[in-house]
Design a binder for this molecule. Structure first.
Ligand SMILES: [Zn+2]
Ligand SMILES: [Zn+2]
Ligand SMILES: [Zn+2]
Length: 143
């Protein structure tokens, strides 16, 4: 799990100055458990302007420090990336648990699509939705 100091060091190494407001956003991000929305960060880092929150979240996402998770209801959430590079998610629609997947399952498809369409493909989005094992267990079924 990345720490505030190590993230600030990493930003500095890439030429990004960490202002107190930006540090407050990063601290707010690290204080969240699991996945969270921009609104959660706006609530936690109350003294920081909206634009700074959005810009900092964008920067952290571009650097793969945060990953974006599209929930089944269409809302966009963020979480601290455990992988630090491109990956996809498995989302439990019952408890909201999110798992990072190891490999990009569609890299062959992207390559074939680029060849077939003469597109320079810059990105794609793929999340999997389902029910995790503990949500499916009889104990979790309830009365
Ligand atoms: Zn992720
Ligand atoms: Zn679950
Ligand atoms: Zn992928």
């Amino acid at each position: 799990m990345p720490e505030l100091e190590s993230i600030i060091r990493r930003l500095a190494a890439l030429g990004h100055r960490t202002t107190p407001s930006r540090a407050a956003v990063i601290a707010a991000v690290l204080a969240q458990g699991g996945h969270f929305s921009v609104d959660d960060i706006l609530r936690t880092a109350r003294n920081v302007g909206r634009a700074t929150v959005f810009r900092t979240m964008r920067l952290l996402t571009d650097l793969d420090i945060l990953c974006r998770v599209l929930l089944e209801d269409g809302s966009l959430h963020y979480r601290v990336s455990r992988r630090g590079d491109h990956h996809h998610h498995l989302v439990c629609v019952s408890c909201g648990n999110v798992r990072d997947l190891e490999d990009c399952a569609v890299s062959d498809l992207v390559r074939d699509l680029a060849a077939a369409t003469d597109y320079d493909i810059e990105g794609h989005w793929l999340e999997f939705y389902g029910r995790c094992a503990s949500c499916r267990s009889p104990m979790a079924a309830g009365p």
